[in-house]
Each structure stands twice: as C-alpha cells, then as structure tokens.
Design a binder for this molecule. Structure first.
Ligand SMILES: [Zn+2]
Length: 584
C-alpha cells in the first residue's frame, strides 16, 4: 500500500515537472536579465524584450504610445503579456522589433555592452552561444542559423573573442544601429602612430559664441526647438548631439540622435542631405545653447561671469610650496574602461608616475599619490603594452586593496577621503588652500566617433554642502567623518578648477595633444538625462581639483595613442607646463 502511494506520487511528480519544463524550459534555460542605463530591464526570454514597470495609472495605451510610438500596438504587446492570475501587471515586456529606435538601442546595449555596429555588420563578443541562439538574437529568425554558420566558415570563436554577424543577416533593429563610416577608420589606421599624434583635430573647433550663431529657434506642435543646418561632412552624432546636447556615451548619443532624427523627419541617418533642417528639442540643449532671452541662458552667462572673477593669487613658477595630489583612476579588479585591447588602470597609472617623476625632478612641488601598484612601484614604464595593476591599493591607513567587489565603490570613496585628509593636515600646517591641487587621471569610454582629452571640474550646482564617509577603522576618518563646504567655497572651487583647466587646455594644445572638439572643460557629466559630478571631485575639499580623461579608449586611434609611451610622456609634460602656468 505504502509503495503504491509513493509510486503514484512519483509519477505525479514526474508528470508535473515535465509540464513545468514544457511551460518554461525553453525560455528559462537561456534567460538573461540586465538593468539598462535608464533603470528598465532588458532581457532575453526566447526573444529579446525590454521590460517596462507597469502601473494601472499609466495604463497599457500610454505604454504602447511611449515605447512603440503607436497606441494601436497594444494588441501586439498583449500577445507577449498573458494577464496575471492575481493583481495586475508588474512589468510589461515589449519585443525588440516593436520598440522605438531609442528603446531598441537602450535594450541592445544593455544586453550586449561590449558589442558594436560596424559597416560590415554587428561585432559580438562571443559568450558561448550556439549558431541557433546567435541567429535568434541578431537575425530575423532562427532559420538564419545556417547562413550565419556559413558566413563564419562553420567555426565559433573562443569565449571573449569577437565574431561578426554580417549586415545582410541582421534583423532590422540591429541593421538600423548607427555606425562609423569606414573610409575614416581605414585612413587613420594606415597612419603610423607618429602621424596620428600630430594630425590636427578632424572636427573644427567652435567657441560657444560661434556655435550659438549656428542655431535659430522655433516652435511647432511638438514644442520648442533649436534649428541647425547640417554642413558637408558633418554627422548627426558629433555635429549635433555631442556638440549641442553634451551627450557623450555611445548608447545615449545614438539614442538621442535617433530621437532627433525622428523629430526632424529623417528616415536614414547615414545619408542626410546637406543643409537639412535638424530640429533639436529645447529641453535637450546645453544651457549655453538656449535662446538669448531665456532664463536658462541668462543664468548660465552670469554664472560664467562670476567664475571668471575667481583667480588664484599664489604665484611661484618653481612651484615652491605647491602640493599636488595625484589620483590614478581604477586598479585591481576594477580595470576601468576596456576596449581595443587597452584598458584604463595601468596606462593612467603610468601617466601619473610620469607626472610625479617630472614634478619631483623639475620643480619644487611636493607630490602625494592616492594609489600604488606595489609590484611596479612608481617606476615609469616605456613598454607599449602594460600589465594590469592587479595588486593596486589605495594608500589610506590601513591601505585598501582593490581586490574585491568593494573595489569600485569604496575604492572611489577612499580616494577623496585620503585627499581630504591630506588637505586637512596641510591646512593645520598652514599651507594655504590655493597651494593645493588635486588631479584624478582617467581615460574615457565614449561614443567611438569622439577623440581627444577632456577635463572635468566640480560644477558647484551639482554638489552638496555637507556629506560624510561611513567607513570604520581608517586613520583618515578618525574623529571626523563629516565634511562641509559653504556655498562660497563651492563657487571658489569651481572657479579655481576652471582656471587651472583652461591652463591645461592651453598646454595640451601647445604640445599637440588633441582636445575634445566641443567644450573640453566640463563642469558635469550628462547621462540618462541626469547630470552629476564624478565622486572624486564632488566630495573633494581641495579647491583646485580636476579630473582628466586623457583620451577615448572606445576610439581605436585614441586607444593606440594610450599604448604609445611618447604620448603618455607628452601628457605628463603638458600637465606640468599647465601647473607652472597656473602659478606664474
Ligand atoms: Zn575612469
């Protein structure tokens, strides 16, 4: 009797499990969920979807309108969203092909962060997928698996290597992704690194005043806009989006370009006729490009005027009495930006070591550094390819090794904790505030069309007046975990940092280092419609503090430059020249 009960239960269990497997098996085994930059969920559940938080208040019509551009698509969306048995939807999933282009881009670059659309197709970092799965992701149907296999000669690469999905096989959302035209990259890759170093910037530089003159303003049923006429050789991404809206990150530049293209009734962003009227919605513009009579512009202008009155009064061209705190970004498990066979941590560390060496041998400045790679010390490395800084540690007391998942967040915070502690000790020794300079050194990972150096300064309106560091056991925080700056001190910091940054711009130009063509000095980062100041600057007490992004690792030529020890030395030389200028 007992045996039969168990057998019955067993049969039931097997039947039940196979039923569950039938229901979910296909999708579940290969499901992937990734949070997008905008906080929604991109996922693969058999197909690629974007999951959007649902509330009854908003309703399905509004979701279809916003994400697909048409209320009528509710029916199609519901096909992928069976009604929940209890309560209402928590999320609504929309398949890639129904999404508007900017949401397609959001989804694609959340799922395939390191992938790239190129002229020949889509470069995918291989992660062990079968031909069928690849076809399901990137092609119109899984039936394309055979063609894909043929185009790859039947071979799949090693995990982590790139494979090319040919343009002819890409499904519409992937085929429509913007890419750099090949002509340019072929030309530049043929140059020797020496030539690349000396080549003038490709994009003409404009001052804010000159760029303003290129815009007119108008209003239609969709709202206010700025009007720009595209000149010969200009691309929507760089000449409009990057220049006038300040967006720099690939998915955002691409997304906004698509949105502006739609607003301007452009079907094909790769062939926009010369002189075509581009409408940029007013709310995306940087404040300096708002209409002259707008409050936004007036406020921006008066802020600039106020900053220009804040100047450093300490003068000593041998840098006697000057203290420089250098902060090489990343290290340990946090290697920073990685692309084109280069990564941030060891290369920016080498630049910091070169600056340290130069300042100590040629000037009277005292140098502190926030981080060390113990296996290398502070030795300059003239090799092209540098090994990662695996053992890097922040020089707090005790030191903090960047070898765990805490590396990124705590690692960043301990940098400003350390800098603030050095600064407070210097103040006790009566070193005046103007004599201290903080510089964090990084390399960017921006839209691949962008090249050159950028400088971030702490924009006062993006900071707080009071903040704290809640870490135990660091000598740097003994007795004082809270920090504050008055409104006036925040303004002074922005003013002095901007003044130093302008000296950096000058010295970099003089040394023929390419600067970012549009506003190389910026007081905040724009991403996901949010604006902020990087934490090492935001929570830093030192009035003169600048973060340098030496070049853009996502651009192949810039990545090559970073591998060139001559370029790294040029950066160090230019930095020291700028510092001497600032104190002369
Ligand atoms: Zn960085």
């Amino acid at each position: 009797m007992k045996g039969r009960v168990i057998l019955k239960r067993l049969i039931f269990l097997v039947l039940f499990l196979s039923f569950v497997f039938l229901l979910f098996g296909e999708g579940k085994s290969s499901s992937i969920y990734v949070k997008t930059n905008e906080g929604r969920r991109a996922c693969v559940e058999g197909k690629i979807f974007l999951r959007i938080p649902y509330s009854k208040k908003v309703g399905m019509d509004a979701i279809a309108e916003k994400y697909c551009g048409d209320k009528k698509l509710v029916k199609d969306i519901l096909k992928y969203n069976p009604r929940p048995k209890k309560g209402s939807y928590k999320e609504v999933r929309i398949p890639l092909e129904l999404l508007l282009p900017s949401y397609q881009i959001e989804t694609i670059f959340a799922l395939f962060k390191e992938d790239k659309r190129v002229e020949e197709g889509f470069l995918h970092k291989y992660n062990g997928e079968s031909f069928e799965t690849l076809a399901k992701y990137f092609c119109s149907s899984s039936l394309d698996a055979g063609k894909l296999k043929k185009s790859l000669n039947g071979k799949l690469p090693k995990k982590g290597e790139y494979l090319l999905i040919p343009a002819s096989l890409l499904s519409k959302p992937f085929a429509n992704l913007p890419f750099e035209k090949k002509e340019q990259s072929v030309k530049s890759s043929q140059k020797s690194s020496e030539e690349v170093n000396q080549s003038p910037p490709q994009i003409k530089e404009y001052s804010v005043e000159e760029a303003r003159k290129l815009l007119t303003y108008g209003k239609d049923e969709e709202g206010e806009y700025a009007l720009y006429h595209l000149s010969q050789g200009e691309a929507l991404y760089s000449s409009v989006v990057v220049r006038f809206t300040g967006r720099l990150f690939a998915s955002e530049v691409n997304g906004l370009a698509m949105e502006i293209a739609k607003r301007s009734k452009i079907d094909d962003v790769t062939s926009i006729p010369i002189n075509y009227e581009i409408k940029i919605p007013l709310e995306y513009l940087l404040p300096q490009f708002y209409p002259e009579d707008s409050n936004t512009y007036k406020q921006w202008l008066s802020h600039q005027q106020e900053l220009s009155t804040i100047i450093n009064t300490y003068k000593n061209s041998s840098l006697d009495g000057v203290v420089v705190i250098l902060d090489p970004g990343h290290g340990g498990v946090d290697r920073g930006a990685i692309n084109n066979k280069v990564w941030e941590d060891s290369y920016v560390y080498d630049i910091a070591c070169r600056i340290k060496e130069g300042l100590e041998s040629k000037t009277k400045a005292k140098v502190y550094i926030t981080l060390v790679e113990p296996t290398k010390g502070f030795k300059i490395d003239d090799k092209k390819y540098l090994s990662p800084n695996k053992k890097a540690q922040i020089l707090t007391h005790p030191p903090f090794s960047l070898d765990s998942s805490l590396a990124t967040k705590r690692g960043v915070n301990l940098r400003w904790v350390l800098a603030n502690s050095i600064y407070n000790n210097l103040s006790k020794e009566r070193v005046t505030t103007e004599k201290v300079v903080f510089t964090s050194i990084h390399a960017d990972s921006l839209h691949p069309s962008l090249r050159g150096t950028m400088f971030y300064v702490p924009g006062s309106e993006y900071r707080e007046q009071k903040w704290s560091a809640n870490y135990e056991n660091y000598k740097e925080l003994k007795g004082n975990k809270t920090f504050s700056l008055s409104q006036k001190e925040l303004k002074t910091a922005e003013g002095l940092s901007t003044q130093f940054s302008k000296k950096l711009e000058g010295a970099f130009k003089k040394n023929e280092i390419r600067l970012h063509p549009y506003s190389p000095t910026r007081d905040h980062v724009v991403r996901n419609r949010k604006a902020w100041v990087p934490a090492v600057l935001k929570y830093n007490l030192i009035p003169c503090s600048v973060l340098i992004e030496v070049c853009n690792i996502n651009n192949k030529d810039d990545a090559n430059l970073l591998c060139d020890p001559y370029f790294r030395q040029k950066i160090a030389n230019a930095y020291i020249e700028a510092l001497i200028q600032y104190y002369s």
